[in-house]
Design a protein around this ligand. Structure first.
Ligand code: FEO
Length: 172
């Protein structure tokens, strides 16, 4: 059993993760509009990862006999000036998510809630990976500069990203 405060904090984080999914879906849509199908796929894979993050929290609440509360998701920005800006915004967003996860861990430590600490450890490791991906992508896009030919090549490279999380949430 977890505290009411912890239940509310996890519910808020479910919403944050759903917003992340929505944000990356918006970015994927814009990439498709720009005929950058590799980047569109990259962001759609990221959408699925965020849904996985949300549902992992959701199932944890159910396992703890606590009720998930489904709240409204705010609208993400619709337009970005270019691909590099998308990844800069992604990186800023993910740093915010890292801070959210740290806040959850601090609450779990303060409450001696060992089960939640175990769960949050998974997310802390995941955030290291997420931020690393963004930093690498920003560096690659900086190297590509304004060259359409190089951007076309990078688009092919990033489109090779596969989905490595469970997308059937009944199996979580
Ligand atoms: Fe769920 Fe991208 O953090």
């Amino acid at each position: 059993m977890i505290s009411q405060k912890m239940t509310e904090a996890i519910n808020t984080q479910i919403n944050n993760e759903m917003y992340s999914a929505y944000l990356y879906m918006a970015m994927s849509a814009q990439c498709s509009e720009m005929n950058l199908s590799g980047f569109a796929k990259w962001f759609m894979v990221q959408y699925h990862e965020e849904m996985f993050h949300a549902m992992k929290f959701y199932n944890y609440l159910l396992d703890q006999n606590s009720a998930p509360k489904i709240k409204a998701i705010k609208e993400p920005p619709a337009k970005f000036s270019d691909i590099k800006e998308m990844f800069e915004k992604t990186y800023e967003h993910e740093k915010g998510v890292t801070a959210n996860i740290r806040g959850l861990m601090e609450l779990a430590l303060a409450e001696n809630d060992y089960a939640s600490q175990n769960l949050f450890k998974w997310y802390i490791d995941e955030q290291v990976e997420e931020e690393k991906n963004d930093v690498e992508m920003i560096a690659k896009l900086s190297m590509a500069g304004d060259s359409p030919a190089t951007l076309f090549m990078v688009d092919g490279f990033v489109g090779a990203r596969g989905l490595h999380v469970e997308s059937d949430f009944t199996k979580l």
